[in-house]
Design a protein around this ligand. Structure first.
Ligand code: TXA
Ligand code: MG
Length: 357
């Protein structure tokens, strides 16, 4: 990147965003700058969706490959027709249930949205976020805002302004600090341009909830490994190496008791080998590690998947900050919110799962 930017952080009221702060952020967006802001899922790194130069800055700030398209965020349902064309009835039906909220719809792209926003595709991903700061910013800017998650490429997404600053200091003009985000994993991406609607990324709206509205919705396809040069994922963001902490992540799956036994053995062995071992576990699982020399990050009760989703990326980043060499985690069942959690853990582990008999 060229000249470093002076990054300013401003605290903002998440419920009633102060108009003066919103006006400053909106002016920065209109001037072609980058503003990181909270949404109900994760923090976004925003730019004017109609400005190809500003969009280019997002890719360089994130270090993101230019073939990975962005989500255009709208501040009202009326703005949908400004970014997409040939909008099917199903989009309005889904919007009625899930917007504003953590659902992203892939639709045919309106020509006024630069191709750069969609990495050259003729589709565009659109989301109407529920967070008051996001809505106020989009409306004040008067333009849709493209915003990927506000993390450096392949790093865990940012769920606090501190995470954004750690990754993007000197690369973003302004960070609006509205506190920790509520959902903690990104939006569900649903492709409505496919012959049958298909989930490209599980997220804040569960597959079960989508199927209650559109019964035919297809589950996300198998992940495409990053080193598979021939594979062409429908959504380039489905690359398997994603959300990776610096530490190696070992993801264990199988019957609970056997998995925990194996995790304990692995933790003890790795410690003997001189490694600093971290575990990312539920409160219930943590009890089995009290006598093992590990750095533990608990995610909350296994019965509260929403809370676990909210803590997930922060937990990975916290273990990284303590410079562990390896992170041990147990896989979650892919049902309800568990599907998004399992997906993010699988990517953090770069697609490798240790099956325990
Ligand atoms: O919750 C979220 O969606 C957050 C907040 C900030 O809104 N944003 C976010 O953006 O996660 P990003 O760029 O990190 O992820 C966007 C995902 C990627 O998997 C990308 O490949 C997919 O959406 N995507 C975007 N445009 C697409 C398109 N036209 N066709 C297929 N997939 C698309
Ligand atoms: Mg992302």
């Amino acid at each position: 990147m060229g000249n470093p930017i002076q990054t300013q952080v401003r605290t903002i009221d998440a419920e009633r965003p102060q108009p003066g702060i919103i006006a400053q952020a909106a002016a920065a967006i209109r001037a072609g700058g980058l503003v990181a802001f909270p949404t109900e899922t994760v923090y976004g790194l925003g730019a004017n969706a109609l400005d190809a130069d500003a969009i280019g800055k997002i890719y360089s700030a994130k270090g993101r490959p230019s073939n990975n398209p962005l989500i255009a965020h709208i501040g009202s349902l009326e703005q949908l027709a400004q970014v997409a064309i040939d909008i099917p009835q199903s989009a309005y039906e889904l919007a009625g249930y899930f917007w504003p909220g953590p659902l992203t719809l892939v639709l045919p792209r309106h020509e006024r949205v630069p191709a750069a926003a969609s990495a050259g595709r003729d589709t565009v991903a659109v989301r109407f976020p529920a967070h008051p700061v996001a809505q106020a910013l989009i409306m004040a800017a008067g333009v849709p805002i493209v915003a990927p998650s506000a993390n450096r490429f392949t790093r865990p997404s940012a769920t606090t302004a501190q995470h954004v600053l750690a990754d993007l200091n000197g690369r973003v003009n302004l960070i609006l600090d509205g506190g920790p985000t509520q959902i903690g994993v990104e939006s569900t991406v649903l492709d409505l341009t496919a012959p049958t609607p298909i989930v490209l990324r599980p997220g804040g709206v569960t597959l079960e909830a989508l199927r209650a509205v559109l019964p035919d919705v297809l589950a996300p396809a198998q992940h495409v490994p990053m080193d598979d040069a021939d594979a062409k994922p429908a959504s380039p963001g489905m690359l398997i190496k994603h959300y990776s902490p610096n530490a190696e992540v070992l993801l264990f799956d199988g019957e609970a008791e056997a998995v925990i036994r194996r995790m304990r053995e692995t933790a003890i062995q790795r410690t003997k080998d001189g490694q600093k071992v971290g575990i990312l576990v539920t409160n219930e699982d943590y009890k089995a590690f009290k006598d093992v020399p590990v750095i533990a990050q608990t995610l909350g009760s296994a019965h509260d998947l929403a809370h676990i989703a909210q803590q997930l990326f922060a937990g990975l980043r916290a273990l990284d900050a303590q410079q562990v060499d390896v992170i041990l985690a147990r896989q979650f069942p892919a049902e309800g919110m568990g599907r998004a959690i399992a997906d993010r853990l699988l990517r953090a582990a770069e697609g490798r799962v240790i099956g325990v008999e």
